[in-house]
Design a protein around this ligand. Sequence first.
Ligand code: F0G
Length: 448
Amino acid sequence: MAEKPKAYQKCINPDCGAEFSCAEAFFKCPKCGDLLDIQYNWDQIDTPKKLADFSKRWATKNNRLDFSGVWRFRELLDFCGDNFKVSIGEGQTLLQQNDMLGEFIGMKAGKLYLQYEGLNPSGSFKDNGMTAAFSHAKMVGAKSCACASTGNTSAAVALYAHHSGMKCTVFIGSGRIAFGKLSQAMDYGANTIQIMGDFDDCMKQVQAVCTELKLYLLNSLNPFRLEGQKTIMYRIIEGLGWNVPDWIVVPGGNLGNSSAFGKAFAELKHLGLINKIPRLAIINATGADTLTELVNNRNLKWNGGRIDNKIINDFYTELTAKNFSPHTCASAIEISRPVNLKKCLRAIELCNGVVRAVSDQAITDAKALIGKYGLGCEPASAASVAGLELLLAEKIIKPDETVACVLTGHCLKDPNVTVNYHKEKGGKFSNPPVESPNDLEQIIKLMS
Ligand code: F0G
């Protein structure tokens, strides 16, 4: 009898549940069009007895896979052979305990942690997913790929495509991308197409283009990407001495991260590697708050995978009728039709999750605090801390609970928002530069 494969793809819709080999590349279930998951036959995989066993790999960091903050956890995403694995040293990120910020926003000492994913090679968490998806692309022999993006996906795709020897095209909404990110896509050699529309328009077009031209799609619809993004959670647990925090707080855009995090915890629990599942707080911007509206106001639920599609369709019809386009200074999460919505609902159920939306003012104020007390981050990332402040005020998160906020992107991705915030003096923490004549006496006077 043939051995069971270690991994396979499976449709998340329980009424379909179709299964496919990992040797194939789809971005939606070919039978019913729903989302695909990667599933594992864990009895075929030599998983560690305890998470701390992964620490052994710190001693063998000269092995490129042990060096990667994604692949050192490779038994937990065992879908391709080592020879296919594309790695450029992603995941060397930092869980920073931050008492100054924590105490400023009313938390007890030692309780707030910031997971700074800006330290990845392309400056955002996306590299965790790209190393996994590009490894799969190599495994299936893909030669050319594409993505839609609010910026960071395009930067990461461009970087990994170059390292994988693949051609790539990135689709971005015209005028909707921060310059740091646009500069990366061009610099790394991507074919960059600016569509006169928003991210949701680009997402629609890229799926059509990938189907038509048989390109490998690298948005988080691609289930292999989410496998890589699970490792952000492993590294948080690792940073806490292999302990699980009480809360994970994460910005929500296309909802790939939140979906991946839920899957990570479901699998760790299934494998007996953790005994508690943290709560998940997903934070939208108020100008792009589809998840908040659907979950908090329209009662949309996972419901064992039998999701009430009518609730979603009615809402999207309303958006179309209003000609709605999302707007927030956190351009990375300026998305109104999140592709991973359904998987995110599953994560919310598993993690007893909460969803909130925060204003651009709250985001930019939180961003300035993270800059002042931490390592800085881009606007979308600061939604996590703004959301934490809101949930502390609502007494949903308690000051003595351990909280890890995921800072998804580097502080230099979007300098315009930062400079405008400080120069316009409108924010609570604005720190504008002072103009001085070129005269020593006056310079010293201005410094006092
Ligand atoms: N934070 C940053 C910095 C992002 O770039 C994104 C998404 C998110 C948060 C949202 O994460 O989609 O997993 O909920 N950026 C995508 C892009 C959409 O195209 O770069 P999510």
